[in-house]
Ligand binder design. Structure first.
Ligand code: PMP
Length: 354
């Protein structure tokens, strides 16, 4: 059949492994180890009526937008809802990137950006982080769209507001998308730059800090006039009635959010320290995972041995592209922050393996 040639040619984005075994310690896809707020369950039960399922949901998610606007102190009209932030990234690509256009993002970072370029029939250019991960060595001024995850995955590192501002200015009028999937686990967000940086777009997800990966809910925050354009591109009803109710309740419960966030950050500190004591090189993380490597041996056998012991972490290997990744940065383990018990299981397995 006549599948477009660029689709045939692409490898496709492969999400982290999902093994259907209840005994697995799953630390490979940065899910939150704690349940969502109890208010989420209440909201879903309330929303689950014959009439609510029969009718279409709010197309723009106005109730969610009002709540998130209040909590984040942003204009609700500047919020675009998505079926996970992956949906938002697709909408941005379709809005800004013509066939034959150019998408740029740092390497190593979220692999989906390259797939989005391939699906769109666009070119993809990876730009390098500096050796200290705090800035980018260069950028593609001609890119139609630049994605910068901040904090970055898999490194867990962040770039500072001055660098983001400088980059956005250099790319203007083309947009800079600050992918803030993990921003709730760090100390600053690009939200503070939005009013002074018109070509900045922020994307957020409820999959990590709000424990709702199974619900699929993400959103973008940008200038209201841009959100009006993006809304033309999205599916009319891209978020369903139950996910809208769940997302609104989760964002409303800020006390619970802060409690879970604090637990994750405390475990991250402990993991970083104990992995370092075991001889791993661990980058200081600003996310709900840590990125670690070893100078004395390859990490792939460690990943395989952990898997044999039913502990899943993410082994990542970034082949150096035309511009390459920072020296030696493309082979490591990305380990999600789990509960303290899960991290104890991981650490004792690592001690046995090493
Ligand atoms: N951006 C980054 C940097 C991510 O790591 C992820 C999670 N894989 C996403 C976006 C997508 O998150 P969501 O579950 O909201 O689609």
């Amino acid at each position: 059949m006549t599948v477009r040639s660029n689709i045939c040619a692409m490898a496709g984005y492969v999400p982290g492994e999902q093994l259907n075994d209840p005994d697995i310690t799953k630390l490979n896809t940065n899910e939150n180890p704690y349940p969502p707020s109890p208010r989420v369950f209440e909201a879903i039960r309330t929303a689950l009526t014959p009439n609510s399922l029969r009718k279409y949901p709010q197309p723009l998610g106005d109730t969610f937008r009002k709540t998130a606007g209040r909590v984040l102190n942003v204009d609700p009209d500047g919020i675009l809802i998505g079926n996970g932030s992956d949906d938002i990234l697709t909408i941005l690509t379709r809005t800004f990137v013509p066939e034959g256009g150019l998408i740029a993002s740092p390497i190593p970072s979220y692999i989906l950006y390259r797939s989005l370029a391939e699906i769109q029939g666009a070119q993809f250019l990876s730009v390098r982080f500096s050796a200290d991960w705090r800035t980018l060595d260069s950028w593609a001024a001609q890119a139609n769209l630049t994605f910068l995850p901040n904090p970055n995955s898999p490194s867990g590192t962040i770039v500072d507001p001055e660098t983001v501002t400088r980059l956005a200015k250099a790319l203007a009028p083309a947009p800079l998308v600050l992918d803030e999937a993990y921003a709730d686990f760090t100390s600053w967000s690009g939200l503070e730059l939005l009013s002074s940086t018109p070509n900045l777009i922020i994307t957020r997800t409820l999959s990590k800090s709000y424990s709702l990966a199974g619900i699929r809910f993400g959103f973008a925050i940008a200038a209201p006039e841009l959100v009006r354009e993006l809304a033309k591109v999205k599916d009319s009803y891209n978020c369903d009635v139950l996910s809208l109710a769940a997302a609104t309740a989760a964002v409303e419960d800020q006390d619970y959010f802060h409690e879970v966030r604090a637990k994750i950050i405390a475990t991250r500190v402990r993991m970083t320290q104990e992995l370092t004591e075991l001889g791993f090189d661990v980058l200081p993380s600003h996310a709900n995972f840590v990125w670690c490597r070893r100078s004395d041996r390859p990490v792939k056998p460690i990943y395989e041995e952990l898997k044999r012991r039913k502990i899943l972490v993410r082994y990542m290997n970034y082949a150096a592209g035309p511009l390459g990744a920072p020296e030696g940065a493309y082979d490591g383990l990305r380990i999600s922050v789990g509960t303290d018990a899960e991290i104890d299981t991981l650490l004792s397995a690592l001690k046995a393996i090493l």
